[in-house]
Design a protein around this ligand. Structure first.
Ligand code: FEO
Length: 395
């Protein structure tokens, strides 16, 4: 097996999942990786494991670098199954000690084994393996309560587990090597769908890294590509995404039964055009919701269109709003529109769901019975123009 080095004696020992297309509800058209790293000095440490389905490749990759009996320490940055579920197979072969947070320890003892030697670490704790030193930083909720980052002091490499990841399966290991996809775009999609809910915690971590003057030459996440040349850029983007910085732009999401809500959507888009406002428009039943969430993160305005079906929201709109409500996009304004036949509850219900997700709903929803008339189409255009103004006014 080919050895893959980050720097001297720091190796990638992860696995590539070329085929995953749904990562707990997130569409992953490019697959993903489960990255793990091996650092050797006087002692040898392994950072993270991989999803158990890939344990054989993982174990072979470790063996291509060192013997299992030479591994002294296993650092567990995060306990979610994609990173920890090969632990039992690893610990059958390794007699080393585990280092993790208290919450991770509790989960390991509950779901794997309470017979392993586990050291609980806190922010600022260090582990020396010779000339190389690890420093641990607790980062609760980036991505689970147990999560921590590990920093390799002398090599200035940050191992942030889920942080700074992207779901990309590739033969390349470094972000600057990839050509078939934009790693920053995929990092944005990943942030919007996995990390955005925890943006306050991200801000705290970024502040800590700055205050401690932690110099970072490389960021080696647990999914996707390693940031080698783009460290400043990805840190800067995390600062922007976690603070809710977004462009004057509107994302229209809608579904339609008999094309009436669709006619409204395109008339509203015409109003946005007349105000020279950028927009994107997505029919929910045909679109990648994970991609839409990324676009919503990067835009200030959201317009939601829904028919009323059986006195409820249209199912695809209800599903998307449920998904978005959980992710809580920051600093957005929204309005709702829709057509109905016999009752018209859909629009009000969509507004309620948006508010529950912390999104400011501006203007009353625009609702018309049956196919919109010419006069009503004109009202849709005006609705779009008015919303464009509000987006422009938003800080
Ligand atoms: Fe990639 Fe939260 O696990």
């Amino acid at each position: 097996m080919k050895l893959i080095n980050l720097t001297d004696n720091v190796y990638w020992v992860g696995t590539v999942d070329w085929n995953v297309r749904d990562f707990h509800g997130y569409n992953t058209p490019y697959g993903t990786t489960y990255n793990a790293y091996l650092v050797s000095d006087k002692k040898t440490a392994l950072i993270d494991t991989v999803y158990w389905k890939f344990k054989d490749v993982y174990l072979r990759r470790i063996e291509s670098v060192t013997d299992f009996d030479k591994i002294d320490y296993v650092i567990v940055n995060h306990i979610e199954y994609d990173h920890s579920s090969s632990l039992p197979y690893l610990m059958e072969r390794v007699d080393g000690e585990i280092f993790c947070t208290k919450r991770a320890r509790d989960v390991i003892e509950r779901i794997y084994s309470d017979e392993w030697s586990i050291n609980v670490v806190k922010t600022g704790d260090e582990l020396s393996i010779g000339n190389k030193t690890f420093k641990f930083i607790e980062t609760p909720m980036v991505h689970w309560p147990d999560t921590m980052f590990t920093y390799l002091v002398e090599d200035e490499i940050l191992f942030p587990n889920d942080g700074f990841g992207q779901h990309i399966a590739s033969s390349e290991r470094f972000a600057d090597e990839i050509s078939f996809v934009d790693p920053y775009d995929e990092a944005a999609k990943y942030y919007a769908n996995i990390i955005m809910l925890y943006s306050k915690q991200v801000q705290k971590v970024l502040k800590y890294l700055k205050e401690q003057n932690i110099s970072i030459k490389m960021i080696a996440p647990s999914h996707g590509l390693i940031w080698r040349n783009g460290v400043e850029k990805i840190l800067d983007l995390y600062g922007k995404w976690s603070s809710g910085m977004a462009a004057d732009k509107v994302i229209i999401v809608y579904d339609t039964m008999w094309e009436s809500t669709e006619k409204m959507a395109w008339a509203i888009a015409k109003g946005l055009e007349e105000e020279k406002m950028d927009y994107e428009i997505y029919l929910l039943k045909h679109s990648d919701w994970s991609w839409i969430m990324k676009e919503i993160m990067l835009a200030k305005g959201i317009l939601v269109g829904t028919p009323t079906l059986n006195r409820e929201l249209y199912p695809s709109v209800a599903g998307f709003l449920t998904y978005m409500k959980g992710l809580k996009p920051i600093n957005k304004i929204a309005s709702v529109f829709g057509s109905y036949g016999w009752s018209g509850e859909g629009v009000k219900k969509a507004e309620e769901m948006l508010r529950e997700g912390g999104i400011e709903v501006v203007d009353s929803g625009l609702i018309f019975r049956y196919t919109p008339t010419e006069d009503e189409i004109q009202q849709c255009i005006e609705f779009g123009k008015s919303f464009a103004e509000k987006v422009r006014e938003k800080e």
